[in-house]
Design a protein around this ligand. Sequence first.
Ligand SMILES: Cc1cc2nc3c(=O)[nH]c(=O)nc-3n(C[C@H](O)[C@H](O)[C@H](O)COP(=O)(O)OP(=O)(O)OC[C@H]3O[C@@H](n4cnc5c(N)ncnc54)[C@H](O)[C@@H]3O)c2cc1C
Length: 379
Amino acid sequence: MAFSLSDEHTAIRDAVREFGENEIEPVAEKHDREGTYPEALREKAAEYDFVAPTIPIEYGGAGMDKLSSTIVTEELWRADPGIGSAVGSAGFGTDMILEFGDEWMKAEWLPRIAAGETASCSMISEPAHGSNVAGIETVAEKDGDEYVLDGSKMWITNGTVADVGVAMAKTSPGEGHRGITAFLVEMDADGVRTEKIDNKLGIRASDLAEVVLDEVRVPEENVIGEVDRGFYQLMEFFASGRTNVAAQAVGAAQGALDAAIEYANQREQFDQRISEFQAIQHKVAEMATKVEAARSLTYRAATQVEQENQEIAAQYSSMAKLFASEISVEVADEGVQIHGGSGYVTDYPAERYYRDARITKIYEGTSEIQKNIIADRIL
Ligand SMILES: Cc1cc2nc3c(=O)[nH]c(=O)nc-3n(C[C@H](O)[C@H](O)[C@H](O)COP(=O)(O)OP(=O)(O)OC[C@H]3O[C@@H](n4cnc5c(N)ncnc54)[C@H](O)[C@@H]3O)c2cc1C
């Protein structure tokens, strides 16, 4: 296992960092305050291959490996988690299309998403079923050569801005996780209604919605993969998705640390910079150590995902997601502390990292669910 990045990985990091400093950081506070989705920035990021970077070159993407896309996510979130989320999640659901979709789905949608023209969404969670994916109640009933989807999807990232989504629905309702199928749904289809959720704690530039599927008719060719195999298909991407959230958490933590160091080096109390107090130095040392440990575990998970060893990738990605999200919240909290009163107001980015980092403990499986997964594999 390599403990240093290749020249190519380092170049990708430098390029995303430059984009983050020049394009994202100057507008981050405004998008957070106004809760606006940064569509123009998504399009611009696509010009540099930072949107859905793993989409293969033949479909207009950059064909990046998992470690490269992990670095892209980390750096976007380091610049700003809200905009990082908006840009980084534009390709939600494309893994499913790429791996299990028919050629027409890939040809029609992947180039548009990679080009930043549109976003996609992944509709799994429901009002009554989040952690327990197998419990979903949205149904898809066969009617001639169509399926009719009926149900309600909750907490859907990109719900109001996506043109296409992957919806999980029960095709065999009595069969639990063995009765779920993935469907490609065009978001302007009759019966699709979206309602924006705009009272979020953090990542406020990222779009979030409830999506109602009210007797939505899709042709049977919109089945992605096999009927009743959707849950198993989904499982194949959880390791990749969780590694991605771990990278988000590392990026947010690094951003919070950078902001804290900058502030500590300029703020003076008792006629000296606060960075000269050992109490502050120790905080920064602990923060930096946690970030580096989380980064190492995240890169290791990315490497396992790339090697497609599913069992090991599942374990490492859950460990990385659990650890990185927990330390991200701790580091962002200490970042606020180092800022004193200035950490409690929107004049500095410290409070934003604190609010934004919190989501990483919740989505793609909560910390409690990650512990269940890890324990299942090692006991
Ligand atoms: C900003 C945001 C974006 C999101 N984006 C998407 C998206 O794009 N697509 C999508 O489908 N979903 C998305 N989600 C949904 C997210 O994945 C769920 O919120 C998450 O899985 C938790 O589900 P829940 O909210 O229903 O909580 P619940 O499942 O009700 O959990 C509540 C509490 O119970 C605990 N708990 C539940 N089951 C167990 C158990 N077996 N053992 C121990 N503890 C348990 C949980 O850890 C948690 O602490 C998003 C959510 C948010 C907030």
